[in-house]
Design a protein around this ligand. Structure first.
Ligand code: ADP
Length: 339
């Protein structure tokens, strides 16, 4: 049985279904990223796990004991589930050590839990600083220490990095994810950012309209999306009409190998990095974006505009006549012609 399990959770707010039968399972010591577009129910599900929201239906268990079902509701403060919010708010008038001690009982403080936790996050030398004397990254580590100090069974993070600017965000999210793995903390990170979900999640659960639609390891999700919607949500994808025979689909960009034995009319998921712009005159480059580490082209071929990623470049300019070649591995395709 998974360490943290939410089964068939539904929750309505004034007639709006925020959750419509959501199932989530997290193994002990695992970091799960909960990814989905804004409004799909991520925060509501997190609040149900924490006990801040009472579900209309469904069951929540941790370590085999029921926290919520039709007859049981364990109050949030008795769940031993910690929650870290966007602002990672520290109490400004308290030192780092006092922030971490907040919420601990005397016995734990006397046992040295504060310095133990500060050591865990590498902040023991800053114990006597006030929050306004910390860098952004240090403040987040202090807030993390405060969340870890009472030995929660599970830590929940609600969009924890969204208030940070890009550079700090990339560093801090890697840092926090590594620390969660190091201490073996069972955690759930809510995010709407695909890249972030891949960095922090051992597995990623993709949510849409109040339900979890696919769960898996990042590379497996990217390679084997369960639907065209998941494919386009997890990074960029060209979903091309195809006609499949014998593990190959005929598409606009030529034959594409398939991983599944799909037959007949289908939609083929072609990632931009699986296409190569070549010399030719079947297509025209409609836009070029150079990112430094790679280049993105929009190429229009027989009325369809496709996105192509190339490591080198830019080797073509808008208006250039070119052709496209499929240069990727076998991919997933979905039966049926319509989008
Ligand atoms: P996400 O975190 O994925 O952006 P939320 O869980 O915040 O999504 O919200 C899911 C849906 O439930 C949205 O339509 C939102 O407007 C609605 N909702 C969430 N909380 C409340 C509330 N307290 N009252 C009314 N509607 C709410």
């Amino acid at each position: 049985m998974p360490y943290l399990q939410a089964s068939d959770i539904s929750k309505r707010f004034n007639g709006t279904a925020a959750l419509a039968g959501a199932d989530l399972a997290v193994e002990q010591g695992e970091s799960l990223a909960l990814l989905g577009p804004s409004g799909c129910g991520k925060t509501t599900l997190l609040r149900v796990l924490a006990g801040l929201e009472v579900p209309d239906r469904g069951t929540v268990t941790v370590a085999g004991s029921v926290l919520a079902d039709e007859t049981t509701f364990v109050a949030p403060e008795r769940r031993r589930i910690g929650m870290v919010f966007q602002d990672w708010a520290l109490f400004p008038h308290m030192t780092v050590a006092r922030n971490v001690a907040f919420g601990l009982d005397k016995a734990e403080i006397n046992r040295g839990r504060v310095s133990e936790t500060l050591e865990l996050v590498g902040l023991q030398h800053l114990a006597d600083r006030y929050p306004d004397e910390l860098s952004g990254g240090q403040a987040q580590r202090a807030a993390l220490a405060r969340a870890l100090a009472p030995r929660p069974r599970v830590l929940l993070f609600d969009e924890p990095f969204s208030n940070l600017d890009t550079g700090l965000r990339t560093r801090v999210r890697g840092d926090v994810a590594a620390l969660m793995r190091e201490v073996g903390m069972t955690s759930v990170f809510v995010t709407h950012d695909q890249e972030e979900s891949f960095v922090v999640g051992d597995r990623v659960a993709v949510m849409r309209d109040g339900r979890i639609v696919q769960v898996g390891r990042p590379a497996e999700m990217y390679q084997y999306p369960a639907s065209p919607w998941v494919a386009t949500f997890l990074g960029e994808a060209n979903v091309l009409a195809g006609e499949a025979v014998d593990g190959q689909a005929a598409t606009l960009v030529g034959e594409v190998g398939l991983v599944d034995p799909v037959k007949g009319a289908c939609r083929v998921v072609v990632r931009p990095e699986h296409l190569t712009v070549i010399e030719g005159d079947r297509a025209v480059v409609s836009a070029v974006e150079f990112y430094g580490h790679d280049t993105s082209y929009q190429v229009t071929l027989a009325g369809t505009t496709l996105t192509v990623r190339a490591i080198a470049g830019p080797n073509f300019a808008p208006g250039d006549r070119v052709s496209l070649a499929y240069t990727g591995p076998p991919v997933v395709a979905f039966s049926g012609g319509a989008h």
